[in-house]
Design a protein around this ligand. Structure first.
Ligand code: GTP
Ligand code: MG
Length: 699
């Protein structure tokens, strides 16, 4: 593949709801352009950008993947992204690497939750967009309805540039409002070939109406054009396209196209519009980078003469190859074999075998110009979201704001002894996929993994096995219960041992009392007259603190209580620190069971967003989880519900919310407070914990 100059590059993210036809479209565009030699299909597992074993087996996209369509002397870098919300981080990364987005909307499904999500991502990046109404040949396809939904739910600035001839199985042509021509397709069309004819008479009225709408929308974005239009002057196709491109750059126009990717209908016109309407990298606002090691910020245009800076937006880890790094050059150029610098990691990286990716294939190239996208394998210490720059001018770009995890499960290895391999594997997977997180909780004795959904974590566990040979299973995360005291009590702890030579002797009397939530542990030394020597008092406290790790109810840490040490005795020869520590432990164990100990559970503050129509169901579900609703308020298109819910009742809540709201609800949670567990629930927890501790003893 030849190299392309900045002005001839278009970086286009293909985004949309799951199964809207993105991967099929990318495959068709690359094939029709001639860059890819084979027209693949998702159903057969041959689509260009769904090439991993997971994707072939499941028939949906999991990873962002690249393809190229060379068209009109330009190189269109196509970034195919998954639609499922579990992989939404990939869509976000795709949007961040692009200069324009094709928002694919299915002619049967219309605007769905995934469409709204990617629309928001594009808004955050102020990305020029066009719509592609896909699957026009599918039964029940409805162009007008989808157009209406886009207008109502995404933007009033959408404007059709094409209208279909026939719908569903009758779909066989597309009228272009710019060229005022109709493209008719025949069954058996292989690469988007068509016959160009005049607009059929039965479409004349519709054509007139839409043409009028189009030209008025364009003219409205440009004063001189508007004047000429109102003065009755003709506006040429080139003028209209230039005005539309300018309007798109300012976010004032979102043109709409249609077609059927599998049949290749509409692909040629779309390719031309990607080149004509989307900006080249230098036409987008320049990026702002930070000079490494200083607070100074520099604005960098997508210019070959600017210092080199690039961002890694994706790492693919491939069998036999290792990590393949996808990066977008934002400024400057880079050549094959050049050394670049990853400043925060202090890593010099050599870009050997610099390539362009087309699906799973990679083509070596001599250089990349400003704005282009490339891939390179086997970097030493560079990961997703890192910046690369020149050694002499180290810089970092703002990070891609990957979404926070919404679901947590525990993982354990099937085979003892693989724990180290597990933690290495998880660490590598996080560097590859920043929406996946992991941590070891010493308190719970569990490795916790967090991600964007059950499907996401399922895929991660699959990767662990395939790539790192670690076979792991997921389990429910344990809950970090606590215990506290409701009443006061007092008593003794005496440790006395007489064996052979020197004995052990420690004796203390304590009073325990509850403290308010969050107060922690307070130790009050009331010893007078030296009944316990000064030097042994800290040992008593130490013993109590240690014993409090296992409370009297079910062996959970005891919190928020006070201990007053008020009496004791010692032995001149046999007393030592160890003996007084033991006395402290014994005192704790003797006294706390009499101070009405109870179980506490973590309560989370939950904020859930749902469309109004599911509000009742969402609140009902939260209440059934022992939740306490704090209130509701409108928030944009959604209604926000705030509630306090025990963490124990939130296992896989994301999945349930997803199903109640038909995929549209989202939520976040954070720790709020520890609260008493109701007695009926406490019984169950205590029983389960007893079993768990017994099992642990056996092992
Ligand atoms: N009838 C018809 N079906 C299509 C067309 N394009 C794609 N499909 C089918 O629609 C389904 C989804 O297509 P994909 O291309 O995988 O959709 P996607 O948007 O990439 O899906 P995700 O990767 O899961 O987000 C597949 O079964 C395709 O065969 C089309 O033009 N016409
Ligand atoms: Mg796909």
């Amino acid at each position: 593949m030849r190299t392309y100059k900045t002005g001839d590059i278009r970086n286009v993210a293909v985004v949309g709801h799951g199964a809207s036809g993105k991967t099929s479209l990318v495959d068709a565009l690359a094939f029709v352009a001639g860059t890819s030699k084979r027209h693949g299909s998702v159903k057969d597992g041959t689509a260009l950008t769904d090439y991993t074993p997971d994707e072939i087996e499941r028939k949906y996209s999991i990873n962002l993947a690249m393809a190229v369509a060379e068209w009109m002397n330009a190189k269109v870098n196509l970034i195919d992204t998954p639609g499922y919300l579990d992989f939404t981080g990939e869509a976000l990364a795709g949007v961040w690497a692009a200069d324009g987005a094709v928002v694919v909307v299915s002619a049967t499904g219309g605007v769905e939750v995934g469409t709204e999500k990617v629309w928001d991502y594009c808004e955050r990046r102020a990305l020029p967009r066009l719509f592609f109404v896909s699957l026009m040949d599918k039964e029940h396809a409805n162009f007008e309805k989808v157009y209406g939904q886009i207008k109502e739910r995404l933007t009033s600035k959408v404007i059709p540039v094409e209208i279909p001839v026939g719908e569903g199985p009758e779909f066989h042509g597309i009228i272009n409002l710019f060229s005022k021509k109709c493209h008719l397709y025949k069954k058996g069309t292989k690469a988007g070939e068509y016959d160009e004819v005049d607009v059929p008479p039965e479409y004349a009225a519709r054509f007139e109406r839409y043409s009028q709408e189009l030209i008025e929308s364009i003219a409205a974005t440009d004063d001189t054009l508007l004047e000429r239009y109102l003065g009755g002057e003709e506006i040429t196709r080139d003028e209209a396209i230039a005005a539309m491109k300018a309007g798109m750059l300012r976010g004032e126009l979102y043109p709409l196209f249609c077609g059927a990717a599998e049949l290749t209908y509409g692909t040629r016109a779309l390719l031309s519009k990607l080149v004509e309407l989307f900006p080249a990298p230098h036409e987008r606002p320049p990026v702002e980078a930070q000079k490494w090691g200083s607070a100074e910020r520099v604005t960098l245009p997508a210019d070959d003469a600017a210092p080199f800076v690039a961002q890694v937006f994706k790492t693919i880890s491939e069998p036999h190859v290792g990590d393949v790094t996808c990066f977008r050059v934002f400024a400057g150029t880079v050549t094959n074999g050049q050394e670049v610098y990853n400043a925060p990691r202090e890593a010099v990286e050599k870009l050997n075998h610099l390539c362009v990716a087309v699906g799973k294939d990679r083509f070596e190239i001599a250089e990349l110009h400003a704005g282009d996208i490339g891939v390179v394998a086997k970097l030493r210490d560079t990961h997703t979201n890192d910046s690369l720059s020149a050694r002499e001018a180290p810089m970092v770009l703002p990070k891609i704001p990957f979404p926070d995890p919404v679901i947590t499960v525990a993982v354990e290895v099937k085979q003892r002894g693989e724990e180290d391999k597990l933690s290495t594997g998880l660490h590598k997977l996080h560097e590859e996929d920043p929406t996946f997180h992991h941590e070891y909780s010493g308190e719970l004795g569990q490795t916790l993994v967090r991600g964007l959904g059950e499907r996401h974590l399922e895929i991660v566990v699959g990767r662990l096995a395939r790539k790192f040979g670690v076979h792991a299973v997921t389990t429910k995360p344990k809950i970090a219960y606590r215990e506290t005291l409701k009443g006061k009590a007092e008593g003794q702890g005496k440790h006395k041992k007489q064996t052979g030579g020197r004995g052990q002797y420690g004796d203390c009397w304590i009073r325990v009392a509850p403290l308010p939530r969050g107060a922690g542990f307070v130790f009050d030394d009331q010893i007078v007259g030296g009944v316990i020597p000064r030097s042994y008092i800290p040992a008593v406290e130490k013993g109590i603190v240690e014993a409090a790790q296992r409370g009297p109810v079910a062996g959970y840490p005891l919190v928020d209580f006070k201990v007053e040490l008020y009496d004791g005795s010692y032995h001149d020869v046999d007393s030592n620190e160890q003996s007084f520590k033991m006395a402290g432990i014994l005192a704790f164990r003797n006294v706390t069971p009499n101070a009405r100990p109870t179980l506490l559970e973590p309560i989370m503050e939950v904020e859930a967003w749902t469309p109004e129509e599911y509000l009742g169901a969402v609140m009902g579900d939260l209440s059934s989880r022992r939740g306490h609703i704090l209130g509701t308020e409108p928030d944009g298109r959604m209604t926000k519900v705030k509630a306090l819910v025990p963490e124990a009742e939130l296992d896989r809540y994301a999945t349930q919310l997803h199903s109640i709201t038909h995929g549209r609800g989202t939520y976040r949670q954070q720790f709020h407070v520890y609260q008493d567990v109701p007695p009926d629930v406490a019984h169950k927890i205590v029983d389960a914990r007893k079993k768990e501790l017994e099992e642990a003893k056996k092992e």
